[in-house]
Design a protein around this ligand. Structure first.
Ligand SMILES: Cc1cc2nc3c(=O)[nH]c(=O)nc-3n(C[C@H](O)[C@H](O)[C@H](O)COP(=O)(O)OP(=O)(O)OC[C@H]3O[C@@H](n4cnc5c(N)ncnc54)[C@H](O)[C@@H]3O)c2cc1C
Length: 460
């Protein structure tokens, strides 16, 4: 693969690299730049740029599944040196550099009876990445998205200006940055409101369900705010599953998790590079799913688990996407509004008919949509499906799913996406024009762009 060409006006410290999304697959040539601090970032961006400059995009841990954190032939701005962390337990506030990961933040917080109100399904994401994707957790109906808890953030714009933004800042730039996929500038720090919790342990209720309808019914019942269902879409019926609903255990509960309750989750295994894809076939995953279903308790109440252990199950195996081999996998995550449950069935049935296997399927309920125009959640249901990229007929089958989702008033999640087209993006994100207006004001030369943004038409 050819290296990306170095352009005049680029920071001299940028070095050639190849990157891809968490779903793996083809790597693209970029120049990676690791600014030493905010001043270095500002100085680098303020330099003269030649016409036709190929653009730049911030990158955190690269846990977005597709092409959101890369810009082919352009500059990838790594944020790992924005790493200061200040916790104020009295006011329950955290000020963190944008490159700090949740894996670093959570143990600090939990030790003081505090927690980030929203965490995604992995601890290996940065504060900047969590804001730029406006991530949601298993408790969306209860806590909303990550961005709802951000009080203020520092943003370095295309001209190297440093702005402090709050939800009240006129002009909509705060909301355009939250969920804005790095396309308004580099977030360098954020102040976040934390939640007080009685313990670092969760009390988890588990139920096995026989069908999609049972799963939806159970996820609609009262119970702990952290709720999620694993579905076995390779097994019999319409999607038997395992539902968990969890809440923080009261203080003083006998601990079943030792001091692991407040620790970061450590990987117990790592998939080595070059792992072949052949062991991961429908037959083997079907057998694994059957075992997983059979081993789950039929009905269990109040089992104590460590916060990170329960919230980040996939972090137990490092580099797990290598299981899919060189071609990697796609995650198709979409949301449909309440009342459109039939669309969930239609998507599942359509993929089955087209013989598209979903090796991992996760269903969650979502609460009301938030303020940011590109934020993903809609009150209803979100389903995330992991599918090997090398599956015959995949693109056509997912294009039909897009139509089903869009006509139900739903949308595909940008941070997981690797294939959505501009027409569908505009149909699914009706406030795109409003977002573009704000973005074009702050970056009229279109410096910030990613492969995702160009492919989906977020930017021209
Ligand atoms: C196992 C797993 C489980 C997941 N579960 C969930 C889940 O439950 N809910 C959910 O919402 N998401 C989930 N995700 C997705 C993940 O939370 C998001 O993709 C998140 O944005 C990744 O953060 P990152 O630091 O890796 O960002 P990257 O992947 O590096 O970047 C993601 C986007 O953020 C932008 N960005 C990164 N840093 C900055 C910055 N400092 N300033 C401006 N823009 C920036 C990038 O340009 C890019 O557009 C999951 C991902 C994995 C791998």
């Amino acid at each position: 693969m050819r290296r990306a060409e170095r352009r005049a006006g680029w920071p001299s410290a940028a070095t050639p690299d190849r990157v891809c999304g968490w779903g793996g697959g083809k790597r693209v040539a970029v120049w990676r730049w690791l600014p030493p601090d905010t001043d270095g970032l500002r100085a680098g961006l303020g330099a003269d740029r030649e016409p036709g400059w190929p653009g730049a995009i911030p990158r955190g841990c690269g846990r977005s599944y597709g092409d959101a954190a890369q810009c082919s032939g352009g500059l990838v701005v790594s944020t790992s040196r924005f790493d200061e962390l200040r916790l104020d337990p009295d006011s329950a506030r955290l000020t963190a550099g944008a490159g700090v990961t949740l894996a670093r933040i959570l143990p600090e917080c939990l030790r003081h009876g505090l927690v980030l109100p929203v965490v995604p399904g992995t601890q290996h994401v940065t504060v900047g990445g969590a804001i730029a994707s406006d991530v949601h957790g298993k408790n969306h109906g209860h806590a909303g998205t990550f961005g709802r808890h951000v009080e203020a953030l520092g943003l370095v714009t295309a001209t190297g200006e440093l702005l402090e933004l709050t939800p009240e800042t006129p002009g909509g730039l705060f909301d355009a940055t939250v969920g804005g996929m790095g396309l308004t500038g580099v977030i360098v720090w954020a102040r976040i409101r934390l939640a007080r919790v009685p313990s670092a342990q969760l009390a988890v209720d588990t139920d096995r369900t026989g069908s999609l309808d049972d799963t939806l019914a159970l996820l609609s019942e009262p119970g702990g705010p952290h709720r999620v269902a694993w579905l076995d879409l390779l097994g019999p019926g319409t999607g038997r599953g395992v539902v968990t609903r969890a809440e923080h255990a009261p203080a003083g509960e006998p601990t079943q998790v030792g001091d692991k309750g407040s620790a970061a989750r450590r990987a117990r295994a790592v998939i080595p590079p070059g792992w072949p894809a052949w062991p991961l076939r429908s037959e083997t995953v079907r057998a694994f799913n059957a075992l997983r279903f059979a081993r789950a308790p039929r009905r269990e109440r109040g089992r104590l688990r460590g916060f990170s252990e329960h919230m980040f199950p996939l972090d137990a195996v490092a580099a797990w996407p290598r299981l899919y081999g060189r071609d990697g996998f796609l995650q198709y995550q979409f949301v449909v509004p309440s009342g459109a449950e039939r669309t969930l069935e239609q998507v599942i049935a359509h993929l089955r008919r087209a013989r598209i296997p979903s090796f991992l399927a996760i269903l969650k309920d979502m609460g009301a949509a938030g303020g940011p125009p590109l934020s993903f959640p809609v009150a209803g249901w979100t389903l995330a499906l992991d599918i090997p990229r090398r599956t015959d007929g995949l693109q056509g089958a997912l294009a039909r799913c897009d139509e089903l989702v869009a006509s139900a008033g739903g949308r595909v999640y940008l941070t997981k996406d690797a294939r959505l087209r501009p027409e569908m993006t505009a149909a699914m994100y009706p406030r795109l024009a409003e977002w573009r207006e704000t973005r074009d004001r702050i970056d009229p030369d279109g410096i910030w762009r990613s492969d995702l943004a160009l492919r989906t038409g977020l930017v021209g």
